[in-house]
Design a protein. Structure first.
Length: 290
């Protein structure tokens, strides 16, 4: 483990992830009807671990839940190096017990380990918004992972970056100009509290284009020249729309996404990673010169 590599901590709200995925696969009452029975493994840990490892060395990897019901996950969790934190039921329901313990542990780790640079929270639950805000105030990067269609719409906005679980899963080869996502999922029921929530899905292509248009206009206005670095465009897009992911829209790269938005931006060169210009502002500049 090298000292110059970013240090990453992962915190799994495991029951939330499993419940949301089970309901997604088998109907909205599937987890409620089987909650107090042994649960078959359905969560694929590898893509989440790979995503976290893309930031740097994983030095903390904890999952919170009542492992009495998730014992069948034991082998995959052990293989992933996950530290299991047992949350025993208190009273009729243990709702929020794992949330509170996870948040306390994460904040304690942030202030105890100054070398910790990235926090990854695996949950669709909006209860972690305050945690994300506090961690960012401490100067750390917060990545969230939740289920598409079961994630509270405010949770991704609280993160430095947000990925939907389904978009991390391995998929057949993508094409840089086709297979564009256009229809978001409908709001669903909060799987653990049985109350309606304003859920969010991955942004569709039109939504991403709107943000791209706004971001490039801001960069052009700030720089005073219609010439923007592609890396800067993506960085600002991710800050404006943390759940943006070009791969979920069917593009193999951010350059492919830009090429698919030719009505908004034009790729003008490949210097230092590439640059783009805003199509409409370019027409305006040419008209003023004429």
């Amino acid at each position: 483990m090298r000292d110059d590599v970013a240090k990453v901590a992962i915190y799994w709200d495991f029951e939330n992830v499993h419940a949301a995925l089970l309901n997604h696969q088998s109907g909205e009452s599937a987890y409620k009807n089987s909650r107090y029975t042994p649960q078959a493994p359905i969560v694929n840990l590898d893509p989440i671990l790979d995503y976290a490892a893309s930031f740097g060395d994983i030095i903390i990897n904890r999952a919170y839940g009542n492992w009495q019901w998730f014992e069948q996950y034991k082998s995959v969790l052990m293989a992933g190096g996950v530290d299991l934190i047992q949350m025993f039921p208190r009273g009729q329901s243990m709702k929020n017990s794992a949330d509170i313990r996870l948040a306390i542990d994460a904040l304690a780790d942030v202030y105890t380990h100054p070398h910790l640079s990235h926090i990854v929270i695996v949950s669709s639950d909006s209860d972690f918004i305050s945690l994300a805000q506090r961690v960012k105030q401490a100067g750390r990067f917060v990545a969230g992972i939740g289920l598409d269609g079961a994630t509270n719409r405010f949770w991704p906005l609280a993160c430095s970056e947000f990925k939907f679980y389904q978009n991390l899963l391995p998929s057949p080869g993508t094409d840089d100009t086709k297979s564009v996502r256009s229809t978001p999922a409908a709001p669903v029921v909060d799987k653990l509290s049985n109350s309606f929530t304003d859920a969010v899905s991955a942004p569709n292509f039109d939504q991403a284009k709107m943000v791209l248009d706004r971001v490039v206009r801001q960069l052009v206005s700030r720089a005073g020249v219609n010439y923007c670095a592609s890396a800067g465009v993506k960085s600002l897009m991710t800050r404006a729309l943390p759940s943006f992911d070009e791969h979920s829209l069917g593009f193999g790269s951010f350059t492919g996404f830009l090429a698919g938005c030719s009505d908004i931006v034009k790729i003008v060169d490949s210097k230092s990673g590439g640059h783009v210009e805003h199509v409409e502002l370019g027409k305006t500049d040419k008209a003023s010169i004429a």
